[in-house]
Design a protein around this ligand. Structure first.
Ligand code: NIG
Ligand code: FE
Length: 415
């Protein structure tokens, strides 16, 4: 591919935000779009955008051209929450859930996270890498160009480091932008069930120093939840992470009013993710903070839970992002198009709000807003080109069918 590419006749160039700031409250519905536009890519970055009415075609005679007549061009999806390094799927638990067993019951009997941890412990770095790499290829075809990946199915020094080294290798080998999150505090492994202090010591004294030395993570995460990690334990672990330069991204308020939101805000976490179980105090607390609430509608859908209160969060002025939570237990799908559709259909987000939450706000939830998440000269040319569609709202409306024709990662086509 030539290092200069010109996309012409774009029906709608979407996401031309004037700043890289996170969008909160009413701002979330503002999705600046230029009709009949062109976009120039140079050296893997967005170089210039403008109207077809003023284009000087002579300037671009030597460049590779893509005709986007009738098509929309958007920033690639920024999926800010996944667990896509895992060794095996868990459809047997899916069937158990159909029969009526709850996620918590399955977890209490050694299923759930512990089931995945046993399989990761047995898998080699090479096997984990190959499986995760093919998942990255699959999600990039559905428009994801930036992705966060968590550890958390290791739960021992050796296996957590193995997962993080796999993520490091994915960063090196994949063209997607990847951020790594250390989630050693996903659940207590059986030997430490009754000795929480000893497992926390393993995290703070054995795992974190190696992670910091080898630069294996960008963030630290804790599953702050009844039966998992208490707010006090979450705080202790995140403060140790911060001492090693890792900002927090927390799993909170998924199954119970776990004070996850309040804990995340107290820790000045970059994001607090899930939020299926919220009350007014948690909503108000988040709204008054800089912490982004990341909603994971695929997990709520798959576990048949109440959806996060997206409208109440937006109306209270909170900043929210959307992500897949791609993992074998609660969300076995990395498809951001389905997330955006679900956000509109089930959580009553407007298409503009959902697209912003899945792009610029997702980028902010990864502290990557200077590189991706919107259409601005200087950002990486991570772009989704739709098929010819009647309007932007058609994208979430036509749930389950792919409206994406082409994805460019750093200006290079992947499909
Ligand atoms: O984000 N809630 C905690 N962790 C994952 C699920 C992990 C699993 O079931 O394997 C989540 O939903
Ligand atoms: Fe998760």
């Amino acid at each position: 591919m030539a290092s200069t590419t010109l996309i012409t006749n774009i029906e709608g160039l979407v996401g031309l935000h004037p700043t890289d700031a996170v969008l909160r409250g009413q701002q979330l519905a503002s999705l600046p779009m230029l009709h009949k536009a062109y976009l120039l890519i140079e050296n893997h970055e967005i170089a210039e955008v403008g109207s077809m009415e003023t284009i000087d075609r002579n300037r671009f005679s030597g460049s590779h051209q893509i005709d986007a007549t009738g098509k929309f061009v958007l920033p690639g999806w920024c999926d800010s929450h996944t667990h896509l390094v895992f060794a095996a799927s868990r459809e047997e638990e899916f069937v158990d859930k159909i029969k009526g067993r709850s996620y918590e019951e399955i977890a209490a009997k050694g299923g759930g996270i512990l089931n995945s941890a046993r399989k990761v412990a047995e898998a080699s770095e090479e096997v984990l890498f190959a499986a995760a790499y093919s998942r990255l290829q699959q999600i990039s075809k559905s428009g994801t160009t930036t992705v966060e990946i968590k550890s958390g199915y290791g739960l021992s020094v050796e296996a957590e480091l193995k997962m993080l080294r796999v993520i490091k290798k994915l960063k090196e080998r994949s063209s997607l932008q990847i951020k790594a999150t250390f989630l050693g505090a996903h659940t207590y492994p059986p030997p430490f069930k009754n000795d929480h202090a000893a497992y926390i010591k393993l995290i703070t004294d054995e795992m974190l120093p190696v992670i910091a030395t080898e630069k294996l993570a960008d963030f630290i995460d804790v599953f702050c939840e009844k039966g998992f990690f208490s707010p006090e334990e979450t705080e202790q672990i995140c403060l140790a992470g911060r001492a090693h330069g890792l900002p927090a991204k927390i799993h909170g308020n998924q199954l119970h009013l776990s004070n996850g939101v309040q804990t995340a805000v107290k820790l000045n976490a970059v994001s607090v993710d899930h939020l299926e179980t919220m009350d007014e105090a948690a909503i108000a607390c988040l709204a008054q903070s800089d912490t982004i609430g990341t909603l994971l509608p695929n997990a709520a859908f798959f576990l048949r839970m109440t959806d996060p209160p997206a409208r109440a969060l937006i109306e209270s002025g909170a900043a929210i992002a959307l992500a897949t939570d791609y993992n074998p237990g609660s969300a076995p799908s990395g498809n951001m198009n389905f997330v955006v559709s679900q956000a509109c259909i089930r959580m009553r987000m407007l298409p503009e709000e959902a697209i912003n939450a899945a792009t610029i706000n997702g980028a902010c939830a990864l502290q990557l807003q200077d590189r991706c998440g919107s259409i601005r000269p200087g950002k990486r040319a991570d772009l989704v080109i739709t098929q010819p569609i009647s309007s932007l709202a058609y994208l979430p409306y036509a749930f389950g069918s792919s409206c994406i024709e082409q994805v460019l990662v750093g200006g290079d086509p992947i499909i």
